[in-house]
Design a protein around this ligand. Structure first.
Ligand SMILES: Cc1cc2nc3c(=O)[nH]c(=O)nc-3n(C[C@H](O)[C@H](O)[C@H](O)COP(=O)(O)OP(=O)(O)OC[C@H]3O[C@@H](n4cnc5c(N)ncnc54)[C@H](O)[C@@H]3O)c2cc1C
Length: 409
């Protein structure tokens, strides 16, 4: 028997649950299908994965009623310091520093561990009567008709809705089955991800070093003496580093950022993520929309991937809610085109911008290095320009959907 909902969401990572909540709070019935069993994903242990969430993303979580429960687990980002670095000599003296006090809205973002964010989403999904979560099952097929869309699950069950939203990540089967092509390339870089404990306090500072092999981010976690590490290296170098025993891994990490945090030790598991760019040629197709990594998988250089996805969530929820209030068919091309117009240019421009920054900084060319140091010095000397960067990092620039302003739709 086919079960019906207004909106079907394929993928229950982070953007899928956020969209389901935003839609359900505005009257839609939603079914979320996720391939991974929810209890497995919600394991409580600390695994070192954390997200730098922009202020605008925090506002969305607040508008969805999740932030009060998360606030004590989040670390405000009070300063961001970027510097050109060398593999052995620590940072260069040319640093670019951004302080949250330069804008009036407050901390430009927060560090939040994956386990806390996912657990909050899961609890909210389970408490919301308009949402049905089907986990441990995949969407295998989709069929679009004039009135709606029907998907077939790996169990053989069928679900129908007026719109199918693909939140199923970079390999999005929803996009593939809808005939949406993708462009992209591998960076030849792998991110080594872990967490460290350090002797000196981080004081809410996020550091980003541009090293020849790729960027190294040291992101502050609650408590003052723990930080999340996202350390990009060439694929071959990363594979070699990942194979090292813990002491040698730390021995390779330490000289890359110097000793300003005092002695360090590992405080989380060690993960690797191959890095690539993956952009969908269209964010919509008949009765289909793409959100998050399914639409745009980006380099983690500025920690913007999830923030971009949550912008999609807020924009799509607003477009669909306003369309439903006007009595429009939420799966119609006219409605979906509004979402595409709102998000595609912004997301693509940001993805390509991060691609360019990674190329400019991930090398040891002395001419490029001199140019980088000079441009960082210039930005540092111009408060107006610096404030522009801070607002961008906080997700406050551009045409903001209401949920990102912390307002209901
Ligand atoms: C090293 C690294 C560091 C990062 N740091 C940051 C950061 O600091 N800040 C930030 O904003 N972003 C960051 N990101 C990006 C962020 O992790 C991603 O953008 C985000 O997790 C994408 O979420 P998503 O829900 O779109 O996709 P995913 O998390 O990929 O979720 C997709 C879900 O779809 C499910 N699925 C797939 N196929 C099917 C199917 N056929 N049927 C049903 N379910 C299916 C999967 O099981 C999965 O649960 C980082 C990324 C990396 C690699």
């Amino acid at each position: 028997m086919t079960q019906a909902a207004d909106i079907l969401i394929a993928g229950g990572g982070l953007n899928g649950p956020a969209l389901a909540l935003a839609l359900a709070r505005n009257g839609f019935s939603v079914t979320v299908v996720d391939g991974r069993p929810a209890p497995q994903r919600a394991e409580p242990g600390f695994d070192g994965r954390a997200y730098a969430l922009a202020l605008a993303s925090k506002r969305l979580l607040a508008a969805l009623g999740l932030w009060d429960g998360l606030a004590s687990q989040a670390q405000p980002i009070l300063r961001v310091v970027t510097a050109d670095g060398t593999t052995a000599g620590g940072p260069s003296p040319f640093v670019l520093a951004f302080d949250h006090a330069e804008i009036e809205e407050g901390p430009m973002g927060y560090l939040l561990e994956d386990r806390f964010l996912y657990a909050a989403f899961l609890a909210a999904l389970e408490a919301e009567p308009r949402i049905r979560l089907v986990s441990g099952t995949t969407v295998e097929a989709q069929e679009v008709g004039p009135q709606g869309v029907t998907v077939t699950l790996s169990t053989g069950a069928q679900l129908s809705g007026r719109l199918l939203v693909g939140c199923d990540g970079r390999q999005s089967g929803t996009a593939r089955r809808a005939g949406i092509r993708r462009s992209g390339w591998g960076y030849g870089q792998t991110a080594l991800v872990t967490a460290i404990e350090h002797e000196r306090p981080h004081e809410g500072t996020a550091w980003q070093y541009f090293l020849p092999g790729g960027p190294l981010a040291i992101l502050p976690l609650p408590g003052g003496h723990r930080s999340s590490i996202v350390w990009s290296e060439s694929d071959a170098a990363a594979a070699g580093i990942q194979r090292l025993p813990d002491a040698d891994y730390l021995g390779a990490l330490r000289p890359r950022f110097g000793d300003f945090l005092g002695s360090i030790r590992l405080a989380g598991d060690r993960f690797t993520y191959p890095l690539s760019l993956s952009l969908a040629h269209s964010f919509v197709a008949p009765r289909v929309a793409l959100v998050g990594d399914a639409a745009h998988g980006v380099h983690p250089i500025a920690g913007q991937g999830l923030n971009l996805g949550l912008r999609d969530v807020a924009a799509l929820a607003e477009v669909l809610t306003l369309a439903a209030r006007r009595g429009e068919d939420v799966g119609s091309p006219l409605v979906l085109d509004r979402y595409q117009q709102w998000r595609r240019f912004d997301a693509t421009a940001l993805a390509l911008g991060m691609d360019m920054v990674n190329r400019l900084f991930s090398n040891d060319n002395p001419v490029m290095r001199a140019g980088r140091d000079l441009s960082m010095g210039i930005v540092n000397a111009l408060p107006g320009l610096r404030r522009g960067f801070i607002r961008q990092a906080a997700g406050l620039s551009g045409d903001l959907p209401r949920l990102l302003q912390g307002r209901p739709i």
